[in-house]
Design a protein around this ligand. Structure first.
Ligand code: PMT
Length: 223
């Protein structure tokens, strides 16, 4: 069937924040709403792709009925879900804001208030993008994100290379209307060897369409 740019393609999307438990009541998290990644999952489904969305804690959901949803809480849960799915995928788009560190141990009971200060011991979480970059087989495509607050293009280029991505979508909290929770985003695409492609501020739905179009160009052509 023509007209469905991505029909028969399988795409993994990660979205949302991760919550890293401190005790049964508290967690370390971040301000991601999941909007950007959910918009990507919906845009992919509209183009006929089979979408696996691994979504961190948020109340938002994809609209497209055919998106398969795996809900997770922590970075480690997201890592296990994403690395299990990736071998059967044509591509992965990694929009999640994953906590780089988690409390070394989550207390079984609510931590009681005592003393004027307390310290939390943190340990490193797995890097999902890096793991998928190492697993990547010829023909598979990885598109990542970089969320920056300064020197966005420089940091984005570093992540593109270090994580073996094919394209990185750079967004900066220094830009009005960009990043967490807004319904809009302002992004620059960086790919190996190409000059950066800067877009104006637009809805996350429109940004998602631009990303899907870029993915279609990166996927090896079928005959
Ligand atoms: O969810 P919204 O409110 O709509 O906000 C959207 C967004 C700002 C979260 C999104 O546009 C975005 O930028 N997502 C990436 C956020 C991020 O954590 O970026 P980073 O520069 O720290 O990570 C670089 C890349 O590695 C990302 O693709 C990230 O998903 C991935 N990563 C990072 C750490 C880790 N442990 N595992 C990962 O897979």
């Amino acid at each position: 069937q023509t007209g469905q740019l991505l029909s028969g393609r399988r795409v993994l999307v990660t979205a949302g924040p991760t919550f890293e438990p401190i005790d049964p009541v508290r967690f370390i998290g971040n301000r991601s709403s999941g909007k950007m990644g959910i918009a990507i999952a919906d845009a992919l489904a509209r183009k006929g792709a089979a979408v696996e969305l691994v979504l961190g804690p948020t109340s938002l959901k994809p609209n497209a009925g055919q998106v398969r949803l795996t809900k997770v809480q922590t970075a480690r849960e997201m890592y296990h879900a994403a690395t299990a799915l990736f071998p059967n995928m044509d591509a992965a788009i990694l929009a999640a804001a994953v906590a780089d560190y988690r409390p070394a141990e989550a207390a079984q009971q609510k931590i009681k208030k005592k003393g004027d200060s307390m310290a939390l011991d943190l340990v490193k979480n797995p890097d999902i993008a890096q793991a998928l970059g190492q697993m990547k087989k010829s023909g598979q495509v990885i598109i990542g994100f970089a969320l920056e607050t300064e020197r966005a293009l420089e940091h984005g280029a570093g992540k593109l290379k270090a994580k073996n991505m094919d394209l990185i979508v750079v967004n900066s909290l220094a830009d009005e209307g960009a990043g967490f929770n807004h319904d809009t985003n302002k992004v620059t695409f960086l790919g190996a060897g190409n000059k950066p492609r800067e877009f104006e501020l637009k809805s996350k739905a429109a940004v998602a369409e631009d990303i899907v179009a870029a993915l279609a160009e990166l996927l090896p052509q079928r005959r």
